[in-house]
Design a protein around this ligand. Structure first.
Ligand code: GLN
Length: 503
């Protein structure tokens, strides 16, 4: 079944059928990724005897590197490997990483993590770019496709985030798994699902036509010849060389700050260099993409309090008035749970609106993303009005805040993936998608700094005083988000010009 690009893109109905295969590959990859991520801090504290602060710093470093590496993964996909081979190589490295961790997580912890970091860099941006390729430029169903794909991401995140740590801690299947093998099994599960992801992708490839094939080299006489094998193998070797480097950088967190200061400017310089090689119209679109990328740093900086200060807030200041659920469980998985249901519905809403010529453009969607984020953080602030004197407040209100924040995420995150594919030139698709995720690395980094500032202000305070400090902090973040949303709407005429025919 050798489909042409036109046959794929001229699909009837709401979604191209290939999206389901990409949905499942990404779902299992996210299961592996979030499964591991969910175990990191707990494992470091309980098994490697790290202090809380050290474990958190190390966790932050891993997150920063993982998203920073997406730029490298995207770049090599554009230049040498193509999206399919990149994804496959990334998946293999992730399997190797999780197999190493399943063999001896205590001894080879950072080695396994380093493999996973590099692997994710090759996998994550490139599968997202392939989703964009299923659509013709200007197809108004694209955002809906990315929203559906985003539901897959979160289904994997929810399942992986739950099962891996539950097995590791012995809360699940503890009667079958000997106590000293629980962590091995938990990491093996991450490896197994990653194999499922890749096997699923192998079957998918047949229906992808020319999408994601390796780029060819343009000869002087205008003909094309296959990419030189040494370049391809060079990328494989180079990525293996990165493994020990990342291993060292992640284990010594002082390097993270340095890395973050250097990598951002370097990638910008590289982007500006690439911008000199494109037409003026393409350059304008890349500028517009950069505006979205920069705003997304602010978005994730506020949003990602969920892994940091909000998890402390959930542990100290929330009751169990929502069906007796554990507040930290709700904080960890509530967002993903809402997305699985809301993402397809919002996707269909975009299609419904576009059929009536009412669909908001990307700028307005981003603006809405910030406004929902701001309102959600304002609700987090408002939990203080429901607190008792012990500083314990309502999980119900907190969950409503989470729902509102999730609406914001759905207006920004899948739409961001979609707009990257629309604004990038053909040859920079992977790199721009990598930059989009690199912004997440910075977002996580900023989030850590904001969270640490909130935490340091409250040492020795009572639980009630802690509640006040945190909620005041959330109010400020809510205001920043609203201001960002307004700024976006204000500059929208200018950015619209840069975007030209893209909406
Ligand atoms: N949760 C989404 C994912 O895993 C978005 C991550 C991000 O860009 N920060 O893909």
């Amino acid at each position: 079944m050798n489909l042409t690009l036109e046959q794929i893109q001229d699909f009837k109905g709401k979604y191209p059928r290939q999206i389901w295969s990409l949905f499942f590959s990404e779902m299992w990859e996210r299961f592996c990724f979030y499964g591991m991520r969910g175990m990191l801090v707990f494992f470091m504290i309980s098994q490697l005897n790290f202090g809380d602060e050290q474990a958190n710093l190390q966790y932050g470093a891993t997150q920063a590197f993982v998203y920073a590496f997406t730029f490298v993964g995207g770049l090599f996909a554009d230049k040498i490997l193509g999206f399919r081979k990149s994804l496959f190589w990334g998946g293999l490295l992730m399997i190797v990483g999780s197999v190493i961790l399943s063999i001896d997580p205590h001894q080879f912890f950072f080695l396994g993590i380093a493999f996973t970091v590099v692997g994710t860099g090759f996998f994550k941006p490139n599968i997202s770019t392939m989703v964009g390729k299923l659509y013709k430029a200007g197809d108004s169903r694209t955002d809906a496709g990315f929203s559906l794909f985003y539901a897959g991401i979160n289904l994997g995140a929810l399942l992986g985030g739950y099962f891996c740590i539950a097995i590791g801690k012995g809360e699940m299947f503890s009667s079958f798994i000997p106590e000293d093998k629980r962590w091995n099994v938990a990491f093996s599960l991450a490896a197994i699902v990653m194999v499922v992801s890749l096997v699923n992708f192998i079957f998918t490839q047949r229906r992808l036509g020319p999408i994601g094939l390796q780029p060819q080299t343009l000869n002087a006489d205008g003909t094309f010849s296959p990419m030189a094998k040494w370049k391809e193998y060079g990328v494989y070797v180079l990525s293996l060389v990165f493994v020990p480097i990342i291993m060292t950088m992640v284990s010594i967190t002082e390097y993270t700050d340095l890395f973050m200061y250097i990598v951002g400017p370097l990638t910008l310089i590289y982007l500006f260099y690439e911008m000199t090689k494109v037409t003026p119209a393409e350059r304008k679109k890349l500028w517009a993409a950069l505006v979205f990328i920069i705003f997304s740093i602010l978005f994730w900086g506020i949003y990602e309090q969920s892994g940091g200060s909000l998890s402390i807030f959930a542990a100290n200041n929330l009751n169990k008035d929502l069906l007796g659920l554990d507040p930290n469980g709700v904080n960890n998985s509530g967002g993903a749970f809402f997305i699985i249901f809301l993402a397809p519905i919002i996707g269909l809403l975009w299609i419904w609106l576009s059929e009536r010529k009412l669909e908001p453009n990307t700028l307005i969607k981003f603006g809405l993303g910030f406004i929902f984020l701001g309102l959600g953080y304002y609700l987090l602030f408002a939990t203080k009005f429901f607190a008792n004197l012990q500083g314990i407040t309502s999980l119900n209100i907190f969950t409503i805040a989470l729902l509102v924040i999730t609406f914001g995420e759905l207006c920004l995150s899948p739409i961001g993936l979609s707009i990257m594919t629309k604004l990038s030139t053909e040859k920079l698709q992977g790199m721009m998608m990598g930059m989009w995720f690199l912004a997440s690395a910075y977002g996580q980094y900023v989030a850590g700094i904001i969270g640490a500032n909130m935490a340091s202000a409250r040492e020795g305070a009572t639980n009630y005083e802690k509640l006040i400090t945190y909620t005041e902090g959330y109010k400020d973040l809510g205001i920043y988000a609203l201001v960002a949303g307004l700024v976006l709407i204000l500059i929208s005429p200018f950015v619209k010009k840069l975007m030209q025919e893209v909406h």
